[in-house]
Design a protein around this ligand. Structure first.
Ligand code: AMP
Length: 400
C-alpha cells in the first residue's frame, strides 16, 4: 500500500477533495472530486488520475440531506474501499484565515483550533466550515495526521504600510489590519512563475485571481508585497456576490438612515452585491457574457474597470510591472474580461495578442507589449498536499 494525502476544501454547501501520493512534489491527484448541494440535495462527482469520471455505479451515493458531519466519515469509508493500492494517512485542509500569527501551514492541535475559532467573525463564509471539517476528521479518524493551510499566510511577507488601515493605533494593535486572502493560489503561481518568465519571475508581477471570489496580489521576487483583499474577503475587487472596496460611509448611512441591521448589511455585502447586485441577473461571469441585457454588460464593465484600476495601484507598490498573470475561473477562461482589463492598461504598455487571448493561450501579450501577460491555471490543492507532506515528514521546504 502507498501512503496518500487527502486534501479537503470544505465550503458552506460543498466539499471538494483530492487525493495525492504522499510525496514531496505530487504532480497530479490520483483522485479528485466534489460533493455539492450539502444540506439540500448532495451530489457526488469524482474523477480518476486520468481525469475520467468515476462511473455512477462506483461513485459514493450520499443521502440528499446529508450534512458535512455525515459526509466526511462516509467519504473516508468510500476512499478506503475505492483507492486501490493507497491508504490515506494524512489530511490537509484549506483554512481561509490564519490571522497574524500563522505565517505558514500548521499541524492541527487543540491550541491551533482554539486560535482559528477566534477568527470566525473575520471570515464567516468559510472559516466555520473549514474548521468543522478538521473536527469531523479528528472525531471519525483520530489517527489521521492533520495539517491546516491558510489563505492569509502568503501575504505575511508584506511590509507594515501595506497591512495597515489608517485607524487609531489601538485598533491596529487589536489585529484590525489587512490580512489578504487567496494565498494558496498565489503560492502556486509564485512557484511556477520561473518556468514561464525565467529571470523576470523575480521581478514585479501582479497576479489576478479572478473567480467567484476575486483579488490581486502584487509580487516582488515571488513574495507578496500588496493585495486587494483586506481584513475580510469583502475588500478590493468586484466579486460574484461581494461588493469589494466600499466607502465606509455607505455602511454608516445604511445603519443610521436606512435602519438596516448588521445582519441585513452582512447579507447585502456578502451575498447580494457584486456582479449579481449590479446585473440583477447572475453572479456568474459566463452567464453575464451570454446575456444581451445592458445591466449584464455594465456589471462586466464595472468588474474590469475596478480590476484595471487596482492593477495600476498595485503597480505603484511594486514600482512598475513586468508581468500580469490571470488565473482562476474568470481569469483562465474569459477572453473578454482579460481584453477589457488590459485595454485600460494600454498606457502602461500592456498590449494583448487578440488571437492568443481568444484561445486562452498561456502567453497572451503582443510582441510589442512592455508587460508580459500570462494565463496560468492555479492549483491550490497541490500546494496543500505539498505542505502537508512537508509538515508530516519534517522535510525541508519545496524549492518551488
Ligand atoms: P472559480 O470561483 O474560480 O471557480 O470561478 C468561477 C467563475 O468563473 C464564474 O463566474 C464563472 O462564470 C467563471 N467562468 C468559468 N468559465 C468561464 C468562461 N468560459 N467564460 C467566462 N467566465 C467563466
Amino acid at each position: 500500500m502507498t501512503d496518500a494525502i487527502l486534501v479537503l476544501n470544505a465550503g458552506s454547501s460543498s466539499l471538494k477533495f483530492a487525493v495525492y501520493r504522499d510525496e514531496a512534489d505530487p504532480q497530479s491527484p490520483v483522485l479528485r472530486g466534489k460533493i455539492r448541494g450539502i444540506g439540500t440535495a448532495a451530489i457526488f462527482t469524482a474523477r480518476d488520475a486520468d481525469g475520467d469520471p468515476v462511473p455512477a455505479r462506483a461513485a459514493m451515493t450520499p443521502r440528499p440531506s446529508a450534512s458535512h458531519g455525515d459526509l466526511i466519515p462516509a467519504l473516508l469509508d468510500w476512499l478506503e474501499s475505492h483507492l486501490a493500492g493507497f491508504t490515506v494517512t494524512a489530511a490537509g485542509h484549506r483554512v481561509v484565515h490564519g490571522g497574524a500569527s500563522h505565517t505558514g501551514p500548521a499541524r492541527v492541535s487543540d491550541a491551533v483550533l482554539r486560535d482559528l475559532d477566534a477568527l470566525i467573525p473575520l471570515a464567516p463564509l468559510h472559516q466555520p466550515h473549514n474548521l468543522a471539517a478538521v473536527r469531523c476528521i479528528s472525531a471519525s479518524a483520530p489517527d489521521l495526521a492533520q495539517v491546516v493551510c491558510f489563505d492569509t499566510s502568503f501575504h505575511r511577507t508584506q511590509g507594515r504600510l501595506a497591512q495597515m488601515f489608517a485607524l487609531p493605533r489601538a485598533l491596529s494593535d487589536l489585529g484590525i489590519v489587512r490580512y489578504g486572502f487567496h494565498g494558496l493560489s498565489y503560492d502556486y503561481i509564485a512557484g511556477v512563475l520561473p518556468t514561464f518568465l525565467g529571470a523576470r519571475a523575480e521581478g514585479r508581477v501582479v497576479v489576478a485571481h479572478l473567480g467567484n471570489g476575486a483579488s490581486l496580489c502584487a509580487m516582488k521576487a515571488r513574495q507578496s508585497v500588496a493585495t486587494t483583499m483586506g481584513f475580510t474577503a469583502l475588500d478590493g475587487l468586484v466579486m460574484g456576490q461581494r461588493c469589494g472596496a466600499l466607502d465606509p460611509g455607505v455602511l454608516l448611512y445604511l445603519l443610521e438612515q436606512k435602519g438596516m441591521t448588521p445582519d441585513r448589511i452582512s447579507q447585502l455585502l456578502y451575498h447580494e452585491s457584486g456582479l449579481l447586485g449590479v446585473s440583477g441577473i447572475s453572479n456568474d461571469m459566463a452567464t453575464l457574457e451570454k446575456s444581451a441585457a445592458p445591466e449584464a454588460r455594465e456589471a462586466i464593465d464595472l468588474f474590469c474597470y475596478r480590476a484595471a484600476g487596482e492593477i495600476a495601484r498595485l503597480a505603484a507598490a511594486t514600482g512598475g510591472l513586468d508581468a500580469i498573470v490571470f488565473t482562476a475561473g474568470i481569469g483562465e477562461n474569459s477572453a473578454l474580461v482579460r481584453d477589457l482589463i488590459c485595454d485600460q492598461l494600454g498606457w502602461m504598455g500592456v498590449a494583448l495578442n487578440p488571437d492568443a487571448n481568444a484561445r486562452n493561450a498561456t502567453r497572451i501579450a503582443s510582441d510589442t507589449s512592455a508587460v508580459d501577460v500570462l494565463v496560468l491555471p492555479t492549483d491550490e490543492e497541490r500546494v496543500i498536499a505539498r505542505a502537508t507532506h512537508r509538515l508530516i515528514h519534517g522535510a525541508p521546504a519545496h524549492p518551488g
